[in-house]
Design a protein around this ligand. Sequence first.
Ligand code: SF4
Ligand code: SF4
Length: 153
Amino acid sequence: MAKVNPDFAKQLTGIESAGNLNYCYQCSACVQECPAALRFSEFNPREIVLSTLLGVADELTGKNSVIWQCATCYNCYERCPQGTRPIEVVTALKNLAFQLGNAPEQISALRESVITSGTITALSDSMKKRREQLGVPKISLPEEGSLKKILGG
Ligand code: SF4
Ligand code: SF4
C-alpha cells in the first residue's frame, strides 16, 4: 500500500519552486497536449500533481519513476489555467529523486558530463573533424573543475 506523507508538498516546495500546487483543480488541461502522456499511458501530469498534493510520493521519487518520461516541453506550463506549472512540480520531483540516489544512470551520467565538460556528450575526434570540415568554430571547453565550482557536485 502507498505511504502517505502529509508534509510532502511542503518538502517539495522547499527544494525548488514547485509551482502552485494548491491551485490545481484537476481539470486535465495539462494532459491534453502533453507529449509524454500521449506516448506513455502511465505518465499523467494531473495525476503527478495530485499524488504530490496528497503526499503519495514514494513511487514518484523512487527508482524507475514515471517522472523521467517528461519531455520538459512546457506545454503544461502554458495550458494550465491555474498557474500550477506541472513541469516545475516534475522538476522538483526529479531533484528530490536525484538527492535520494534514485535518478536513472543515464541521467546521472549526463549530469556528470555537463559538470565536468559543459557538454552532454563527450566530443569525439570524429565530431571535431566533422566540425572542422563544415567550418564550424572550435568549441572551447571550460577550464577543468571550473563548472564544478559553479554548479556544485
Ligand atoms: S495542473 Fe493545471 S491544467 Fe493540470 S489538472 Fe491541475 S489545474 Fe488543470
Ligand atoms: S513539460 Fe512534461 S509534463 Fe509538461 S507537457 Fe511537457 S512532457 Fe508533459
